[in-house]
Design a protein around this ligand. Sequence first.
Ligand code: PRP
Length: 213
Amino acid sequence: MKYLTIALAKGRLAKQTLALLEQTGITCEEMKDKDTRKLIFVNEELGLKFFLSKTSDVPTYVEYGAADIGVVGSDTILEEGRKILEVLDLGLGKCRMCVAGPASARALLQKNEIIRVASKYPKIAKDYFYNKKHQTVEIVKLNGSVELAPIVGLSEVIVDIVETGSTLKENGLEVLEEICPLSARVVVNEASMKMQRERITKIVKDLKQALNE
Ligand code: PRP
């Protein structure tokens, strides 16, 4: 039996996904060892391989077929724009992609002013402002703590993930516009879906069922 390889995004989502997979009878004992430095884990019996990668790399591994299946947030899927099949919404890690800033920036968004937008997600920001709002903006790519940008005067607004809203609130910022809801998705390599359709659809079906239990 050919191995099916599953790529998981390092962190909380991987833990939640493994718990969900366990409900479907798919386990990976090797992966539970907290001290391990191994990167790839095998369940010989089920013919499965698992690996943990940086979140933003999951769609890349799946597009190239290095992983047959991946589990990753829809923010990453949208930003990476890879050619992959999105087959299931796990509803985990629900949050929203938003335009945020100080209340005073609201007027700048309505007047179609040329403003600076800081974001870890330049592609999503560009798509939203250029294609949906038809507003010309300057996009500045940052790598984290994006809320700092409007506070220190780098940009007027940000495009970022809002979950509880407390990071914004504690920094005197607010949601100005909502771009889209986000959650974790199961993605599949296009060729794998053709070659291993039965095994993959069974896993997806079992996951769907586990979500409803
Ligand atoms: C994310 C996001 C916000 C925060 C939102 O950051 O970029 O900063 O969480 O959560 P909240 O609405 O519940 O406050 P993350 O912790 O991933 O780190 P980062 O700032 O380095 O991106």
